[in-house]
Design a binder for this molecule. Structure first.
Ligand code: NAD
Length: 372
C-alpha cells in the first residue's frame, strides 16, 4: 500500500508520523510518501524521512496515496477525491459535520480517531488520551510559569511560603494528568467532576475530591459525561464558587462530546478570585468552561488571567507526534490484512465506530443525525 503523510496547517507543529514510524512501515513493505517539510516543526527534517525510506513530494503526489494520514481535517478543495482512498485523522465530526459530508461526497472513506469507542482494546489507538495527557501536563507547567508565586511550600530564613491552591474542574485524562503534575510541584489540589467513578483515582493522586450530590447517570455514555439537571448545576455552581474564591490556579477541562463545554465558572466567580490568580481553560475550543474564555487568547479580567490555549499538545511536538503516530500505526493494523492489503472489517466495533464516511455517504449514526 502507499501511505501518505500530509503537512499540517501553519498553526500546527505536530506531524502524524515521525521518521521512526515511517521506517517500520517501509520495513513491512509499504511505500510512504511524505509532503515536503511535514515534520519540520516537530524537529524531523526531510532528510530524516528520506533516510527512513520515505519518498518526499508535494501535496499533489502525496494525496495520490491509498491511505492519507493527517491530524487536522484537510481542506476538501485541496484533495482530488479518489473513490475508496482512506483518510485518517482527528476530524471532530460532531462539530465539523458539513465538511465531513463534503469529504464523503467526493468519495473518501474517512476514519476520525476522536470517535473511537473508549474501550480497553482501543487504548493503544486512543489519540484523545495521548494528546489530552500532554495538555494536562503542559497546562500546569504553563500555570507555574505564568503564576507570580511559588507552587511548593517553603520555609526559608526570609520567611515562609504557602503552597499554591489548585482547583481542577473535570478529572478525565487531561484533568488527572494536571492533578499529578500539580501535586509533583507541591500544590494543594481540589477537584470537581460529575462522574463519581473518578473519586478514587483523584484521591490516589493526593488531591481532594469535592462531591456534589445528584449527578445524572452517565453509565450509558461510554465513560463520557452527560448534561446535568438545573438543580445539580445550581448546587455545583455554589460549591465551585466557594472553592474558586480560595484558589490561586484553576485548570478547567470539562467537556461533553458534540456539545458546547459546560459553563462552570461565571464572571462573578472570576471577580471573586484574588488578583494574580490564573485560569487555564482546556475546553476553550468548544466554547470554554468560563464565561470569559476566548479560544487561543489570553484575557485579563480584574487582575485574573484566563488562558484559552486549545492546542497545548502542539507545544510538545516531538512526543505528541511520536504518540499520535503510534496510535495511528496501531489503528492501521486494524485496517490491513496479514499480507498488508486494505481490508475493512465492519464487524469490528473500532473500525465501525470510527468510520465517518464510506462509499460516498456519511455512515456514522451520530454525524448523520446532526446532518438531519
Ligand atoms: P472529556 O475530555 O470528555 O471530559 C473531561 C472531564 O470533564 C470528564 O472527566 C468529565 O466527566 C468531566 N465533566 C464534564 N462535564 C462536567 C461538569 N459539568 N462538571 C465537572 N466535570 C465535568 O473526558 P476524557 O478525558 O476524554 O475521558 C472520558 C472518559 O473516557 C473517561 O471515563 C475516561 O476514563 C474514559 N477513557 C477511556 C479510554 C479507553 O478505554 N480507551 C481512554 C481514555 C479515557
Amino acid at each position: 500500500m502507499v501511505i501518505g503523510v500530509l503537512k499540517e496547517p501553519s498553526f500546527e507543529t505536530r506531524v502524524s508520523l515521525l521518521p521512526d514510524a515511517v521506517a517500520l512501515l517501509v520495513k513491512k513493505g509499504h511505500q510512504v510518501m511524505v509532503e515536503y517539510d511535514a515534520g519540520q516543526a516537530a524537529f524531523a527534517p526531510n532528510e530524516q524521512y528520506q533516510q527512513a525510506g520515505a519518498i518526499m513530494g508535494d501535496r499533489n503526489k502525496v494525496v495520490a496515496s491509498d491511505i492519507i494520514l493527517s491530524i487536522h481535517l484537510p481542506e476538501v478543495k485541496n484533495l482530488p477525491g479518489t473513490k475508496g482512498v482512506v483518510l485518517i485523522g482527528v476530524y471532530q465530526p460532531l462539530y465539523r459535520f458539513l465538511e465531513c459530508k463534503e469529504l464523503a461526497s467526493v468519495g473518501y472513506t474517512c476514519f476520525s480517531l476522536d470517535m473511537l469507542p473508549r474501550t480497553t482494546r482501543a487504548q493503544s489507538m486512543d489519540v484523545l488520551s495521548s494528546q489530552a495527557n500532554i495538555a494536562g501536563y503542559k497546562a500546569v507547567l504553563l500555570a507555574a510559569n505564568t503564576y507570580s508565586r511559588y507552587f511548593p511550600m517553603f520555609m526559608t530564613a526570609a520567611g515562609s511560603i504557602a503552597p499554591a491552591k489548585v482547583l481542577i474542574l473535570g478529572a478525565g485524562v487531561a484533568g488527572l494528568q494536571a492533578i499529578a503534575t500539580a501535586r509533583r510541584l507541591g500544590a494543594v489540589v481540589e477537584v470537581f467532576d460529575t462522574r463519581p467513578a473518578v473519586k478514587e483515582e483523584v484521591m490516589s493522586l493526593g488531591a481532594k475530591f469535592i462531591e456534589v450530590e445528584g449527578a445524572a447517570d452517565a453509565s450509558g455514555a461510554g465513560g463520557y459525561a452527560v448534561e446535568q439537571s438545573a438543580e445539580f448545576k445550581a448546587r455545583q455552581q455554589q460549591k465551585i464558587a466557594d472553592s474558586i474564591a480560595k484558589a490561586d490556579i484553576v485548570v478547567t477541562t470539562a467537556q461533553i462530546p458534540g456539545k458546547q463545554a459546560p459553563k462552570l465558572v461565571t464572571r462573578e466567580m472570576v471577580e471573586s478570585m484574588r488578583k494574580g490568580a490564573l485560569i487555564i481553560d482546556l475546553a476553550a475550543a468548544t466554547g470554554g468552561n468560563t464565561e470569559l474564555t476566548r479560544n487561543n487568547e489570553t484575557v485579563n479580567h480584574n487582575g485574573v488571567t484566563i488562558i484559552g490555549d486549545s492546542n497545548l499538545p502542539a507545544t510538545m511536538p516531538s512526543d505528541a507526534s511520536k504518540l499520535y503516530g503510534k496510535n495511528l500505526m496501531n489503528f492501521m493494523e486494524l485496517l490491513t490484512s496479514r499480507d498488508g492489503k486494505l481490508e475493512l472489517n465492519w464487524e469490528d466495533d473500532l473500525v465501525k465506530g470510527s468510520c465517518i464516511c464510506f462509499n460516498g455517504e456519511v455512515v456514522h449514526e451520530r454525524v448523520k443525525s446532526l446532518l438531519g
